[in-house]
Write a protein that binds this ligand. Structure first.
Ligand code: HEC
Ligand code: HEC
Length: 312
């Protein structure tokens, strides 16, 4: 046999032997069998649903006033910087976030950066969500990926010409600290309450006044503002007896956050109605009690040294 022939023979023998070995060792296709849902994955998705609820995503991403589909976007958020339209975050691959990886989602929620590298406006409260734990983010992502996909085309934000995405990297470097949640105490309930208030339900996004460039003023944490969402005033909810809720007890705040009833028998109005309906009324009793305990622990703005845990 010539050298070339020997080479061909060896080559084909190797190929045939490999094919035979592969065929003998090939993985058996799994027989069809009805298996129970993977318990832990299902439990994670339910936990994700709970977190998405209490973090208030629905308030902005579901256009309830115009019978918009669940999380399919379109809500107009009117601010002093213009009108922002919350996008579609259903699992639709084209107009929602169905094609996003977990890394894309985590980058948006923790860093305020879109998959194409653009920065988000702080009308999307990633300034609070940055404190959500990776574990919770993962559960939220898993849940969002199984929401019914809905196709919608959301309009462009309406802002004056000088407010645009080119400013956002500078805004973020001045005013946004991507951060992990720092428990304020060694009390597990108080810490859980702080996490719920500051990372998830973002009370301070509305209740803390902002500076001229739209950044929260930590020294006035939860002290209220004349200029809240939709231009409405938002009350002081620190323990200031004069302006805040210093004279509320745990029961008062619990009742208010559960069904909107004020200590004087009146009911919540304005943007707080959505917060109660879509978020605080859906909390477990345990989480609600923790939230109440934390909020009642926030000192009045005027007699507090700045830097109260959660205020940055
Ligand atoms: C206060 C209103 C508000 C709330 C609450 C809110 N968002 Fe948004 N979200 C927005 C706005 C506005 C944008 C668009 C920001 C931009 O274009 O720069 C946005 C953008 C996003 C994006 C990026 C989508 C894309 O197509 O680029 C994701 C993901 C997102 N939000 C997820 C969430 C989740 C999850 C929650 C709840 C944990 C949530 N949002 C709560 C207003 C909100
Ligand atoms: C989307 C903006 C927004 C968010 C987020 C928000 N609030 Fe409010 N809150 C308001 C507005 C507006 C009012 C005034 C309601 C009214 O006019 O009846 C209010 C009122 C209140 C009051 C009643 C105070 C009083 O003196 O009457 C309490 C207590 C309160 N909020 C607690 C909270 C807590 C706790 C959170 C976080 C879990 C929170 N809010 C998140 C906008 C918001």
């Amino acid at each position: 046999m010539s050298t070339a022939g020997l080479f061909r023979f060896t080559f084909f023998s190797i190929v045939c032997l490999s094919a035979l070995t592969w065929w003998l060792l090939r993985p058996e296709p799994l027989p069809g069998i009805a298996v129970a849902e993977d318990y832990s994955a299902e439990a994670d998705i339910r936990r994700g649903e709970y977190l998405v609820n209490i973090a208030g995503c629905v308030s902005c991403h579901t256009d309830a006033d115009n019978s918009g589909a669940y999380l399919a976007g379109g809500v107009e958020l009117v601010t002093t910087f213009g009108s922002f339209f919350a996008p579609n975050i259903t699992s639709d691959e084209e107009t929602g976030i169905g094609a996003w990886s977990f890394a894309d989602f985590a980058r948006a929620m923790h860093l305020g950066i879109a998959p194409n590298g653009e920065r988000y406006y702080p009308a999307f409260p990633y300034t609070s969500y940055t404190q959500i734990s990776f574990d919770d983010l993962r559960a939220m992502y898993d849940y969002l990926q199984v929401t019914p996909p809905v196709k919608t085309h959301i309009g462009q934000h309406k802002t004056p010409w000088y407010i645009n995405r080119l400013l956002l990297p500078a805004w973020q470097s001045l005013f946004f600290k991507p951060g992990v949640f720092r428990p304020p105490s060694h009390d597990a309930i108080l810490d859980r309450g702080a996490y719920i208030a500051n990372a998830l339900t973002h009370c301070s996004e509305c209740h803390t006044p902002r500076n001229l460039l739209g950044a929260s003023r930590p020294e006035l944490f939860l002290a209220g503002t004349e200029d809240g969402p939709d231009g409405d005033p938002v009350p002081d909810i620190t323990s200031s007896a004069a302006d805040g809720i210093g004279d509320w007890d745990e029961y008062d705040l619990l009742l208010y956050l559960e069904d909107g009833e004020l200590p004087d028998g009146d009911y919540a109005g304005g943007a707080m109605v959505d917060v109660i309906d879509n978020s605080t009324s859906m909390m477990t009793g345990e989480d609600l009690k923790a939230l109440v305990k934390y909020i009642l622990s926030v000192p009045a703005a005027n007699n507090r040294s700045s830097g109260y845990p959660g205020s940055e």
